[in-house]
Ligand binder design. Structure first.
Ligand SMILES: Nc1ncnc2c1ncn2[C@@H]1O[C@H](COP(=O)(O)OP(=O)(O)O)[C@@H](O)[C@H]1O
Ligand SMILES: CC(=O)N[C@@H](CCC(=O)OP(=O)(O)O)C(=O)O
Length: 301
């Protein structure tokens, strides 16, 4: 690795000060997913970043994914899985596996990881303290102007109806970091599988968080030529979905980013979880990494 001079180290540390001041006492929601959740050294750098944030008085709230882990378990039991618009079609058996993997395995692994790095964490699913109230997601397919849209049934996939922030407000006052699995509870006590990006967006919006950071395994939002877009406004983002520059799993990410900034979250960042210490680089350096999504031109960096 390239040696950094003492002067450069000092410069990086002092560059962080205004950001530490700006985010002191504030909520930062981090969606943890992609490669950063699979590779050992990246897991360690993520956990140490999160613990550092809490120690210096910033409140990280972790919402995790686990799509690949669910996929592996379904493969093991020989069950096929299909996606529609970035959402896993979820029958009852799949829902049981999703809950077991997300709220059981993945959630507890992250909690342990944080403990190993000297922090304190508590694992929650949307059922704990009714944290995530959900309803069944409806997907509509346009069939032309003269016909009503077709409703596509994707099973027990939920969308967030309400976040009960009480438990998060309590934890805000403590040294404990919440780690949230994207499983929601329906009006009749049903269990819903919810895309983790959507949960992170809804939590950031209901807490009016200072930042929402969505970690993924690409450099950020890419244009048609594959170049990174470092900053985009809500209308630019929607235009890119419309013209199909943004597709697949990036659609829920960008949609939730748009919803979050429109609900009062100051900035949303989509960043590359393959970069060690991606969270620190995003929060505490002038240049940042990835794509930032802001409400309008005036709010760009
Ligand atoms: N314009 C775009 N820029 C970047 N990624 C895009 C774009 N359009 C589609 N994608 C796809 O979205 C994927 C990220 O979504 P997803 O795989 O669901 O991420 P995660 O598992 O981290 O939540 C990328 O790997 C890429 O294949
Ligand atoms: C409805 C839906 O698709 N739910 C997701 C929940 C996990 C998730 O979002 O994981 P990633 O962030 O790693 O993709 C799923 O079943 O995969």
């Amino acid at each position: 690795m390239e040696e950094i001079s003492p002067q450069d180290r000092a410069k990086v540390l002092s560059e962080a000060l205004p950001y530490i001041r700006a985010f002191y006492g504030k909520n930062v929601v981090i969606k943890y997913g992609g490669h950063a959740m699979v590779e050992e050294s990246l897991k360690d750098s993520f956990a140490s970043d999160v613990v550092l944030l809490k120690y210096i008085g910033i409140n990280p709230i972790i919402v995790h994914g686990g799509g690949p882990q669910i996929g592996n378990m379904l493969k093991k039991i020989g069950k096929k899985t299909l996606f529609r618009d970035g959402m896993r079609i979820t029958d009852e058996e799949t829902m049981n596996i999703v809950e077991m993997v997300l709220a059981g395995q993945v959630n507890k692994e992250i909690v342990q990881l944080i403990h190993r790095h000297g922090g304190k964490a508590v694992g929650l699913s949307g059922k704990d303290s009714q944290l995530i109230e959900a309803t069944k997601m409806q997907i509509f397919r346009y069939q032309g102007d003269d016909r009503p849209p077709e409703i596509i049934d994707i099973g027990l996939v939920g969308e967030v109806r309400r976040i009960n922030t009480d438990i998060l407000r309590i934890l805000e006052q403590s040294q404990i970091i919440p780690v949230i699995a994207p499983v929601g509870v329906g009006p009749a006590g049903e269990t819903f599988n919810i895309n983790a990006d959507l949960v992170a967006g809804a939590i950031a919006a209901s807490l009016r968080a200072s930042k929402l950071i969505l970690m993924t395994d690409v450099p950020g939002v890419l244009d048609k030529d594959g170049n990174l877009i470092s900053s985009m406004t809500v209308s630019e983002a929607l235009e890119m979905i419309e013209n199909e520059t943004i597709t697949g799993g990036m659609i829920p990410k960008v949609r939730c980013a748009v919803d979050a900034v429109q609900s009062g979250v100051q900035k949303v960042h989509i960043i590359d979880g393959r970069i060690p210490h991606a969270v620190l680089l995003e929060l505490f350096t002038d240049s940042g990494i990835g794509t930032e999504i802001v409400e309008n031109e005036g709010k760009r960096k």
